[in-house]
Ligand binder design. Structure first.
Ligand code: ADP
Length: 260
């Protein structure tokens, strides 16, 4: 499978990396990082060479999600770092370089400089696709990042609620402003299946993201349910796509991955 995303135009790419795709959300807590990680693993399961970059400088979560806490990347030469490996995916995060409790109080220019170092002064090896876990929101910092990273496309994660969708719409507008194609919207926490009785509950409503994607004329990539196992495996650093590839949820992520 080859990524459908076209190579970024106008911005210097990263040698050895064919396509860089952002996973973004209009606000925090909608499951952007969980989605980015499982999507990266699903792309790998579909046969691609994959890396994932934690650009969520103010709240890096990849070290925890991929069970890489307390691991430090090796310095190869000068400032160049070797990406770590988790489940066959290359990983880089600012979280490897600072303590978890250290608040990141950097201003914009330092964030950009750190981001550039994490992208360009890292030995990624040859990758078909680098997934970038973007910081949530659509403020100046996010806009600058969207401009700095040579993105082939962006995926927006939203819950089905109206409020989250309004933020998702802002996210979409932000990428359009910097000429980054939006590859589609994923509805996370789409519905809940009771593990005891099997009854389905639409906790945050349902189907809003699909409708929004239709209205905005971008692809709808799929719906991921709210499920205890997704939360538990994330917290344990054993994302569901890697730890239980036969589960229906892993299949949902793999299906989404075929559309990226
Ligand atoms: P964000 O990156 O948008 O801030 P996270 O990926 O950190 O969000 O997710 C926030 C919390 O919700 C985490 O505890 C995560 O495990 C949980 N979570 C995310 N998606 C799901 C899901 N589909 N089902 C259950 N829990 C989820």
């Amino acid at each position: 499978q080859q990524p459908a995303a076209a190579p970024a135009r106008g911005k210097a790419g990263i040698p050895g990396i064919d396509a860089i795709v952002a996973v973004a959300s209009g606000k925090g807590g909608v499951g952007k990082s969980t989605t980015a990680v499982n999507l990266a693993l699903a792309l790998k399961a579909n046969g691609l060479r994959v890396g994932i970059l934690d650009a969520d400088i103010y709240g890096p979560s990849l070290p925890r999600l991929l069970d890489l806490k307390d691991r430090k990347p090796e310095i190869i030469s000068g400032r160049t770092l070797r990406a770590l490996d988790a489940y066959g995916v290359k990983v880089m995060s600012i979280g490897f370089l600072v303590e978890e409790e250290t608040p990141m109080i950097w201003r914009g220019p330092m964030v950009i400089s750190a981001l550039n170092q994490m992208m360009r002064e890292v030995e990624w090896g040859d990758l078909d696709i680098l997934v970038v876990d973007m910081p949530p929101g659509t403020g100046d910092a996010q806009l600058t990042m969207a401009q700095q990273v040579p993105l082939a496309g962006a995926i927006i994660v939203s819950t089905p609620q109206d409020l989250a969708l309004i933020d998702a719409r802002r996210g979409l507008a932000m990428f359009q402003r910097v000429d980054v194609p939006v590859l589609g919207i994923i509805e996370n926490m789409s519905y809940f299946l009771c593990p005891h009785c099997g009854e389905r509950t639409d906790i945050f409503s349902h189907g809003g993201a699909r409708k929004e994607a239709e209205t905005l004329g971008v692809p709808f990539l799929g719906e991921v349910p709210l499920d205890l196992r997704i939360r538990e495996t994330s917290d344990a650093g054993t994302p569901i796509v890697a730890s239980d590839p036969e589960s229906p949820y892993a299949k949902v992520y793999r299906e989404v991955a075929t559309k990226v």
